[in-house]
Ligand binder design. Structure first.
Ligand code: DND
Ligand code: ATP
Ligand code: GLN
Length: 697
């Protein structure tokens, strides 16, 4: 009986750069799962064999060799038969490295399809390692490595911009960035009658980005018709990025399957049953498409005698359209960094986290993210996720451990520590303690004055001149030095406690130190270099204070952490200067910085997202602030920001590796490449602004 219903699968895999063994295991599992659902085609993420984030390891011939070896194992595996498999790996052809898809079926390689448009902006550097294939709609012969020739019995296979024609439908690739680029291949593929477009991605999480992906896929398939499969990596594959799954299947502008964005599952396979005739009918109803399709130049077609349909499926209904469900930005902050921390923790083989908890917004947000990680672990274990339970048992060094709640997990994985000095208040100490009690962390409250005084007496006995706080008559430089020694000693003490805390309770290993400097503090340089923020990892390093404040409110409601209410209401303070005689806090972040966090957020976005130098920032703010401030006041604010930003830019070179979450991130290691020695008086730029101000008076 004529049957045009086909079964297709896509997947999200938690791959890890250079973990060939684990990557192989996850790929194989996804193929088995796809087959168990009767699927005839399985698509996986970009560069899934070696992991997307190998970076400069793509210069190493080993990375290519081991990728071929993994492919070889897949080719001979009986589990990989009777299904068209589409895997991602780097391939070198005539001495040129390409980022490729390799299609294989029943032990034979069908096609190697290199990426046409490489990702090179923001966090991506693909052109550093790969070359884009520019020979559109052309193929060449690829000479297979010797040990692969022996497995497949082929000497060469086609490499290039071709499509695969099965018995029912034609499949074409559009690899990740190709969807985001202006001349996306899906247009030409659709015009040439390709019904199935498969997108293998290595696409990272960014707050509020999911809808861009969804819109791109929806637009592509509603304009051109077609079935679209989106595969993606998920998890931390060894760097600051979190790849966020969101795999999906769409047809003719509607989604029929949606995968998780954040999850601790290592393998997720989505399968749909779709009718190819629906694509043809949809396209046939668009006259303009038909006229353009008539003129289309054909792709080279690799024809295989293979059916994507199975007859028994005739009575099974096709997958139906679904409404795409988005996470709110606050849920994204709670879930993305939590999943990233879990991957980092288990892969680093450490015993948990240590957090200096001050009772302020930033360190409390970090604590909430760790708590969110514990909730996810508990949920997975409750749903019988054996891998997560096995990993947790290994981390807590107890083969029989069965967690009773998220708080129970928190008590094993998380040490929080309030480190008071003479300048700390009872209020912040109690806030830290209350939050720790509610999340169940193993909380310490220590006093570090002994250490501060020890350093001061070394100075005093050596130099015989005693520095004083400003309130006691000291100068600016004395005041800063006395603050910085407290902050920096907290860092030294944190690492010491992190190293010994598990030893003290008879557990092996150590803890990872968490830092909690936010974007605005980093941008303004309002933190001490190598203080408590110089940690192993920072989950909130690319999130602004304004987003974190909303996050604290969100957590107080969704995790029922009532102690967060008073943390939200308290004005941010460093508590590094003396309290008043009645114990109240004198220091205030915004007064110290000379600007509000709200203003900083605006400057941060204009500087990075809108690429504003001093003059264009002045112009933009003139538009939005002119009702409440004079041009001179706006100019002064802009100049003040740029001076503070530029004299502190050197601090970005030592920033703790942070979860990448936002495009206003100032992280100079990957995302925001700028000098760290600036002509901070910006004479030319500021004079120009001043002249404009004169014209406006
Ligand atoms: N261009 C440049 N390239 C490389 N290094 C440069 C440099 N300019 C100065 N430096 C060096 O930088 C160092 C000064 O920077 P740093 O030691 O950070 O000290 P600094 O920036 O002077 O002071 C730290 C600031 O952070 C504030 N703060 C607020 C809230 C919390 C915390 C906290 O830590 O908990 C701190 C504190 O109130 C103070 O305003 C000096 O060693 C100086 O020589
Ligand atoms: N008393 C303290 N005990 C433990 N850690 C502290 C203490 N004070 C500061 N820290 C650590 O140093 C980091 C930087 O301090 P900072 O005052 O900038 O931030 P915060 O207290 O978390 O938040 P806020 O800016 O809202 O006060 C904190 O995030 C925290 O990890
Ligand atoms: N790997 C890629 O090609 C990434 C493409 C795209 N810019 C993204 O962020 O998803």
């Amino acid at each position: 009986m004529l049957n045009k219903k086909i079964i297709l699968s896509t997947c999200a895999l938690n791959q890890w750069a250079l973990d060939f063994e684990g990557n192989y295991r996850r790929i194989l599992q996804s193929i088995k799962e796809a087959k168990s659902k009767n699927s005839k085609y399985r698509l996986g993420p970009e560069l899934e064999i070696c992991g997307y984030g190998c970076q400069d390891h793509f210069y190493e011939s080993d990375t290519f060799l081991h990728s071929w070896q993994v492919l070889g194992r897949l080719l001979i595996d009986p589990e990989c038969k009777d299904i068209l498999v589409d895997v991602g790996m780097p391939v070198m052809h005539k001495g040129v490295a390409y980022n490729c898809r390799v299609f294989f079926l029943n032990g034979k390689i069908i096609l190697i399809r290199p990426k046409l448009a490489l990702a090179d902006d923001e966090n991506y550097r693909e052109r550093r390692y790969f070359t884009a294939w520019t020979k559109l709609k052309q193929t060449e012969e690829f000479h297979l490595p010797g040990f692969i020739r022996e497995i497949v019995g082929q000497v060469t296979v086609p490499i290039g911009d071709a499509v695969i024609q099965t018995n029912e439908a034609t499949i074409g690739s559009e690899i990740c960035e190709e969807l985001w680029s202006p001349l996306s291949p899906h247009i030409n593929l659709a015009l040439d009658g390709v019904e199935i477009i498969s997108n293998a991605s290595g696409s990272h999480h960014q707050l509020r980005k999911a809808d861009r992906r969804v819109n791109l896929i929806r637009n592509a398939t509603s304009k051109c018709g077609g079935i679209y499969l989106f595969a993606n990596q998920r998890g931390c594959d060894g760097d600051r990025l979190y790849f966020d799954g969101c795999v999906s299947i769409a047809i003719n502008g509607e989604f029929v399957a949606q995968g998780d964005q954040f999850s601790l599952k290592e393998v997720e396979v989505l399968t749909s049953i779709l009718d190819v005739e629906d694509v043809r009918t949809y396209r046939n109803r668009s006259r303009s498409l038909q006229i353009m399709a008539d003129k289309s130049q054909p792709y080279p077609r690799i024809i295989i005698d293979f059916s994507l349909a199975i007859n028994e499926q005739l009575l099974v209904p096709c997958s139906q359209p679904i409404q795409w469900k988005y996470h709110s930005a606050m849920e994204e902050i709670a879930l993305g960094p939590a999943c990233w921390l879990w991957d980092y923790l288990r892969r680093s083989k450490q015993g948990g986290f240590f957090l200096p908890l001050s009772g302020g917004i930033d360190s409390c947000s970090t604590a909430c993210i760790v708590y969110s990680m514990c909730c996810l672990i508990y949920m997975e274990i409750s749903q019988n996720n054996e891998i997560v339970l096995r990993e947790l048992r290994r981390i807590v060094n107890d083969d029989t451990y069965i967690p009773t709640s998220q708080n129970d997990i928190c008590s094993k994985l998380f040490v929080t520590c309030y480190m008071g000095t003479a300048n700390s208040s009872e209020q912040t100490k109690n806030r830290a303690k209350d939050l720790a009690n509610q999340i169940g962390s193993n909380h310490l409250s220590i006093v570090i004055d002994l250490a501060v005084n020890a350093v001061l007496s070394i100075w005093n006995t050596t130099m015989r001149i005693i520095p004083k706080f400003k309130v006691n008559g000291g100068s600016e430089i004395e005041n800063l030095a006395l603050q910085n020694i407290q902050a920096r000693l907290r860092m030294v003490i944190s690492y010491f406690f992190a190293q010994l805390s598990l030893w003290a309770v008879g557990r092996p290993g150590g803890l990872l130190v968490l830092g909690s400097a936010n974007v605005d503090e980093s941008l303004r340089g309002y933190f001490t270099k190598y203080d408590c923020s110089s940690a192993d990892l920072n989950p909130i390093g690319s999130i602004s204070k304004t987003d974190l404040r909303s996050f604290i409110l969100y957590c107080s409601e969704s995790f029922k952490l009532t102690s967060l209410k008073s943390i939200y209401d308290a004005p941010p303070t460093a508590e590094l200067e003396p309290l008043s005689s009645d114990g109240t806090i004198q220091q205030n972040d915004e007064a110290d910085m000379g600007m509000t966090y709200e203003e900083l957020s605006v400057y941060g976005k204009l500087r990075k997202q809108k690429s504003c130098g001093p003059y264009s920032m002045f112009l933009k703010l003139l538009e939005s602030w002119s009702g409440k401030l004079t041009p001179k006041q706006i100019a002064d604010k802009v100049k003040f920001f740029f001076v503070k930003y530029s004299i502190n830019r050197h601090k970005m070179t030592t920033l703790t590796p942070a979860y990448f979450a936002e495009t206003y991130s100032p992280d100079d290691n990957r995302f925001d490449h700028r000098p760290f020695l600036y002509p901070a008086d910006f004479t030319w730029q500021f004079n120009f602004i001043d002249n404009q101000v004169k014209n406006l008076i």
